[in-house]
Design a protein around this ligand. Structure first.
Ligand SMILES: NC(=O)c1ccc[n+]([C@@H]2O[C@H](COP(=O)([O-])OP(=O)(O)OC[C@H]3O[C@@H](n4cnc5c(N)ncnc54)[C@H](O)[C@@H]3O)[C@@H](O)[C@H]2O)c1
Length: 457
C-alpha cells in the first residue's frame, strides 16, 4: 500500500462494519475467519510437516512454513537435484532431503504433507500421501482431470483426512470480507462479474543446458511443464483457478455452463496450451427477495411485481487471461445493483451505486467527525475517458488487507485444522473439485468450439 493509499484507508476507519452496512452476524463471519498466527501458542506439539515438490512454489511455501511456530518441517522431496539442494538451504538442517517422495512417506511418516509438484502429479502424490495416513495441503488446481478430482475428493472423505487446496485468496481478509459483503446483500443482487489475469511474458523458464544437448528436451519439458497439455491445463488451471474459485465462493455455486475461445496465437514457440483465453460463464442463482426498486413499477403491465420472481437469476461472468498485454493485470470486478467490488490480493475497493441511496445506504461519520461516502456510480453520466482507469468513479471505500500474506495465512489455517483434526478447511477437496470442473470445462469448450455444461460435482 503506498502512502496516499494508507492515508486514505486510515481516514475511513474505524468501524468498517458500520461503514459497509454489514450486519453484526455477517461481519462476525469474516472476522472469525481472520487467521491467528500463533498456531502453537497453547503449547501443543508442532505438526510434523513435509513438502513434496520444491520448485518455485514449493520454495515459497517452505520459506513461509519456517516462520510458523506450529510447524516442524521434518522433510522435503524433489526428484530434480538442483531444486532440492536450493530448497534445503531454506528448509534448514532438520528437514531431511529425499529424491523419492515414497521413501519420505515411508521413513518419515509426517503428519501433514504439502504438495507443490506439477499439476499432472497432484492426484497421484496426494493419493499416496493419504494412503500413508497424512493430512494433505495440495496446490491448486486440485487435479489435472475432473475424474481424478472426483476420485481424490472421495479418497479424502473415506480417509477422514484434513485436506486443503492451495487457493490462498480463501485466506485473504480482502476476499473474506468481499464474500461477507456479497452474502449479506451489501452489493444488492450480483448481476455480473468481470475477471481477468493479463500478463506480458512468454511464461517460459530457462533450460540449464544448451539446445542440442541430449537432455535438453527432457529438461525443457520438466521445467516448462506448464506449457504442455500432458502436464498442465495452461492459463485456466494456473491462473484462472484462483479467480473462478473466488467467483464460485462469492456466488455460492458453480456455473451452469461456459462458452469460451482461445488459442496459441502470439507465442508460437511449440507450446501446447493457449496463450490467450476468453470465457463466458453462466451461473443461475436465486434472485434476492422482494420487488426490484423501479420508480415506474406501477405503470408496468404486472405492476412491478413479477410472477417470475422465483425464476433463477442468470449471472454472467467473463474471464480472460493473456500472455501478451499486462494493462489490466489480475483482478475481479463484482457488480451488483447496489455496488461494485474491485478485488485484488492487495487491495479491495467498493464503489456504491446511486441506487443504493434508495435501498438503505447512508454515508457514515468518520472518527474525526467528518463524513465519508462511497463512490456513486451513475452509468453514462460519470463515465468518461480518463488516463487514470478508476478516476471517473470518485472515491471508493478501501478494504484493507489486515495481515498481508495470504500464502502464509493459508498454511497457518491448514496446520491449525490439522492440529484440531478439523476437516472443514477454508478450501476442502469438494471446493477443489468444483474449481477443477469449472476451469477444465472452459478448456474443453475451447477445444470443442461449443458451449458446455459444467459437470454437477
Ligand atoms: N498458489 C499459488 O499462487 C501458486 C503459485 C505458483 C505455483 N503454484 C502451483 O504449485 C505447483 C508447482 O508449481 P511450481 O511453479 O513450483 O513448479 P516448479 O516446476 O517450479 O516446481 C515443481 C517441482 O516439482 C518437482 N517434481 C516433479 N515431479 C516430482 C516427483 N515425482 N517427486 C518429487 N518432486 C517432483 C519438480 O522437480 C519441481 O522442482 C503447481 O501445481 C502450480 O500450479 C501455485
Amino acid at each position: 500500500m503506498n502512502t496516499s493509499d494508507r492515508h486514505h484507508a486510515a481516514s475511513l476507519k474505524p468501524n468498517r462494519r458500520e461503514l459497509l452496512g454489514l450486519s453484526a452476524a455477517a461481519a462476525g463471519a469474516w472476522a472469525s475467519t481472520a487467521l491467528k498466527s500463533a498456531v502453537a501458542a497453547d503449547g501443543v506439539e508442532p505438526v510434523r510437516t513435509a513438502v513434496i515438490g520444491t520448485g518455485g512454489r514449493g520454495s515459497d511455501l517452505i520459506r513461509s512454513l519456517t516462520t510458523i511456530e506450529g510447524c516442524d518441517l521434518v522433510a522435503i522431496a524433489d526428484d530434480y537435484p538442483p531444486h532440492l539442494e536450493k530448497a534445503a538451504k531454506f528448509a534448514g538442517p532438520q528437514a531431511k532431503p529425499y529424491s523419492d517422495y515414497h521413501k519420505l512417506l515411508n521413513e518419515v511418516k509426517p503428519a501433514a504433507v504439502i504438495i507443490a509438484v506439477p499439476l499432472y502429479l497432484h492426484y497421484q502424490v496426494a493419493s499416496d500421501a493419504l494412503q500413508a495416513g497424512c493430512d494433505v495441503f495440495c496446490e491448486k488446481t486440485m487435479c489435472h482431470t475432473v475424474d481424478e478430482a472426483r476420485k481424490l475428493a472421495e479418497e479424502v472423505d473415506s480417509a477422514k483426512a484434513v485436506f486443503q487446496v492451495g487457493l490462498q485468496r480463501r485466506a485473504n481478509p480482502i476476499y473474506q470480507q468481499a464474500a461477507a459483503m456479497v452474502q449479506s446483500g451489501v452489493l444488492g443482487q450480483v448481476t455480473a462479474v468481470k475477471a481477468q489475469w493479463h500478463r506480458n511474458n512468454n511464461w517460459r523458464r530457462p533450460v540449464p543446458v544448451p539446445k542440442g544437448h541430449a537432455d535438453w528436451t527432457k529438461l525443457e519439458r520438466k521445467l516448462n511443464w506448464r506449457l504442455y497439455r500432458d502436464y498442465s491445463g495452461g492459463l485456466m488451471t494456473e491462473l484462472g483457478s484462483h479467480q473462478l474459485d473466488v467467483v464460485n465462493w462469492l456466488l455460492g455455486d458453480i456455473p451452469k455452463r461456459v462458452i469460451a475461445s482461445g488459442g496459441v496465437d502470439y507465442w508460437r514457440d511449440g507450446r501446447e496450451v493457449f496463450d490467450n483465453v476468453f470465457c463466458l460463464y453462466e451461473y443461475e442463482l436465486p434472485p434476492l427477495a422482494g420487488p426490484r426498486p423501479d420508480p415506474n413499477a406501477a405503470a408496468l403491465p404486472n405492476g412491478g411485481t413479477s410472477e417470475t420472481s422465483l425464476k433463477p437469476y442468470t449471472v454472467r461472468v467473463t474471464y480472460s487471461s493473456l500472455c501478451n498485454n499486462a494493462y489490466e493485470g489480475a483482478a475481479e470486478l463484482v457488480m451488483g445493483t447496489k455496488g461494485t467490488l474491485y478485488l485484488t490480493s492487495n487491495k479491495g475497493l467498493f464503489y456504491r451505486e446511486k441506487l443504493a441511496d434508495d435501498v438503505g445506504w447512508s454515508a457514515k461519520k468518520t472518527a474525526d467527525g467528518g463524513s465519508v461516502d462511497a463512490s456513486v456510480v451513475t452509468s453514462g453520466k460519470t463515465l468518461k475517458l480518463s488516463n487514470s482507469p478508476w478516476a471517473h468513479r470518485g472515491e471508493p471505500l478501501e478494504i484493507d488487507n489486515l495481515l498481508g500474506d495470504d500464502t502464509r495465512d493459508e498454511l497457518v489455517s491448514f496446520l491449525d485444522h490439522v492440529r484440531r483434526d478439523d476437516v472443514q478447511t477454508i478450501c476442502d477437496a469438494r471446493e477443489g473439485l468444483r474449481d477443477t470442473a469449472t476451469v477444465l470445462t472452459a478448456n474443453r469448450a475451447i477445444d470443442e468450439q461449443t458451449s458446455l455444461a459444467i459437470p454437477r460435482v
